[in-house]
Design a protein around this ligand. Structure first.
Ligand code: CA
Ligand code: CA
Ligand code: CA
Ligand code: CA
Length: 251
């Protein structure tokens, strides 16, 4: 049973409101504590990555990201320079739940400035190193004419510091130009050599491999059509982000 979902995020906000008579700092701290418990319950329930449970795992993380996104309080705990994203050379690591470890990040032109390049980080096997990076894709149109925010997921499934699973949220299996909400396009590096080997579609009753012809994987997504088997670029981008987080986000 998804116990943590019995603690709706509304309860966290309610707690915040109920503490209106207390000074603001303690109200913020209470809200953070509640959120921390909420997050820990969610992560405890899914546990470390297991290939067979990957669909449920991803849905849970994706949902948790939506909750984190709505949380109002955030502290920049570390700022560093990086070359991962060319036009955004400054990385801010952000602690949302107040435990001193980063939960979120922003790449931008200068610390604290607005940007499209942000997301969330997780340490699923609880070894002190991040192994799952979520990157905001922005908003997409999902049928029927519904606007949703979507996230890329980059996962180090064997905890060697290299991203080996890349998940796209813009799957479009009926080719109508709108995202099939809840269906994710997974690309895998099954032999952990840094190159894509195959992929499949998972979620909302869908489970099938991606078609592959002459070493080209046909991706049925809104913003992409195909990817070469052996492609290393997207995985190295994810690994570069993971290295950024792991060199700065740990306390
Ligand atoms: Ca934190
Ligand atoms: Ca880890
Ligand atoms: Ca890996
Ligand atoms: Ca490979």
């Amino acid at each position: 049973m998804k116990i943590w979902r019995m603690l709706p995020f509304a309860a966290v906000l309610l707690l915040f409101v109920e503490n209106g008579q207390a000074d603001q700092r303690s109200a913020v701290e209470q809200a953070r504590q509640s959120f921390r418990i909420y997050k820990e319950m969610a992560l405890d329930e899914i546990g470390p990555f297991e290939f067979e449970r990957r669909s449920y795992y991803l849905e849970t993380i994706d949902e948790l990201c939506r909750v984190i996104r709505s949380f109002p309080d955030r502290d920049i705990i570390t700022t560093k320079e990086t070359k991962t994203i060319g036009d955004s050379p400054v990385l801010d690591l952000i602690d949302i739940d107040g435990d001193g470890k980063a939960d979120s990040y922003v790449y931008s032109a200068e610390s604290g400035s607005s940007t499209q390049h942000f997301g969330y980080v997780f340490d699923l096997n609880d070894d002190g190193a991040y192994d799952h990076v979520v990157f905001s894709q922005g908003i997409q149109m999902a049928k029927p004419f519904k606007i949703i925010s979507t996230f890329y997921h980059m996962i180090d499934t064997n905890y060697d510091g290299q991203i080996d699973a890349w998940v796209r949220p813009d799957t479009d299996l009926d080719h109508d130009g709108a995202v099939d909400e809840g269906v994710f396009s997974w690309l895998y590096d099954v032999d952990y050599d840094g190159r894509i080997d195959n992929g499949d579609y998972l979620g909302m009753g869908v489970s099938r491999p991606m078609a592959c012809e002459e070493d080209v994987i046909e991706i049925e997504c809104v913003m992409a059509n195909e990817i070469d088997v052996g492609d290393a670029e997207i995985l190295s981008f994810g690994t570069s982000m993971l290295m950024d987080m792991n060199s700065t986000g740990r306390q």
